[in-house]
Design a protein around this ligand. Structure first.
Ligand code: FPP
Length: 255
């Protein structure tokens, strides 16, 4: 037990050393549901509640950006009913939660290839992005039909087209230029990646952007991921010595 209420940022966390961008892989919804004797979709429903509170928590604790992996390019291979449920869930949540998120100052954005999504969902996505574009309390970025390899492939294709048109010299293709063609252009790379449910892999998530990110894996299933677990992840983060390939530059946060 500890004395934190978790509404405000726990006092043992150094406010000057918080990750500026947290990325999450929300894994374990299905197993959580199975363990409770519920259908898998109940896990996704509960997982969405968890995510909603994490967005609010990032705002409350002063973490400016959260990116959540909601649907991967590989998730289309799930049973049709589950895919349909997830797409309807995204649409319903956007419709129901938009006003509140907007009031709370959440800026919503999406990464991924949104073109194959149902038009009714794309409409809600466009509406949410437009309505919240000027909000500044927290940036909530949702990866839908996202795959890192697809993202890098489309970036290469677009750059190749520009080279062919003579707008870009091949020698001008550098890391900064490539970043401009990623879905995440303009967003700083994540400082911390969290994956729930005990799985230890990246599953085609932000492969370029995670080059120097700190990883935190927890056995907790996503629907049970709460502020106490997030606190633990941040405590671990603050103990890390981030060197970015150089020698030690400064004391680790907790040091
Ligand atoms: C992975 O758990 C979870 C997903 C593929 C879906 C995540 C989506 C949500 C939590 C809803 C979020 C809503 C919005 C609006 C972004 P899994 O099903 O792979 O779990 P398992 O490994 O236990 O089967």
């Amino acid at each position: 037990m500890n004395n934190f209420d978790y509404v405000t940022r726990p006092t043992d966390l150094d406010p000057d050393c918080l990750p500026q961008h947290v990325a999450v892989i929300m894994d374990g919804n299905g197993r959580w549901a199975k363990r409770q004797g519920f259908p898998r979709i109940a896990g996704h429903r509960q997982g969405a509640r968890t995510l909603k509170d994490l967005v609010r928590c990032c705002k409350d604790w002063g973490i400016p950006t959260l990116t959540a992996y909601a649907f991967s390019t590989e998730n289309w291979r799930r049973p049709l009913e589950e895919v349909d449920f997830l797409l309807v869930l995204f649409e319903r949540l956007l419709r129901q939660e938009l006003a509140e998120m907007d009031r709370e100052g959440v800026r919503i954005s999406f990464i991924g290839d949104l073109s194959p999504l149902p038009s009714s969902l794309r409409k809600e996505i466009d509406r949410a992005v437009l309505a919240t574009a000027n909000n500044r309390a927290v940036h909530f970025n949702v990866a839908v039909n996202y795959g890192s390899r697809a993202e890098l492939t489309q970036a290469c294709r677009q750059i190749a087209e520009q080279v062919q048109l003579g707008n870009i010299e091949p020698g001008a293709v550098d890391e900064q230029l490539i970043e401009q063609y990623l879905y995440t252009a303009g967003t700083p790379d994540p400082d911390l990646l969290i994956r729930s449910s005990g799985e230890l892999r990246l599953s085609n998530y932000l492969l370029w952007q995670l080059a120097y990110t700190e990883f935190y894996f927890t056995d907790v299933f996503w629907p049970d991921f709460d502020r106490a677990v997030f606190h633990e992840a941040l405590q671990h983060y603050q103990m890390r010595d981030r060197r970015f390939g150089t020698v030690k530059l400064k004391q680790p946060c907790a040091g």
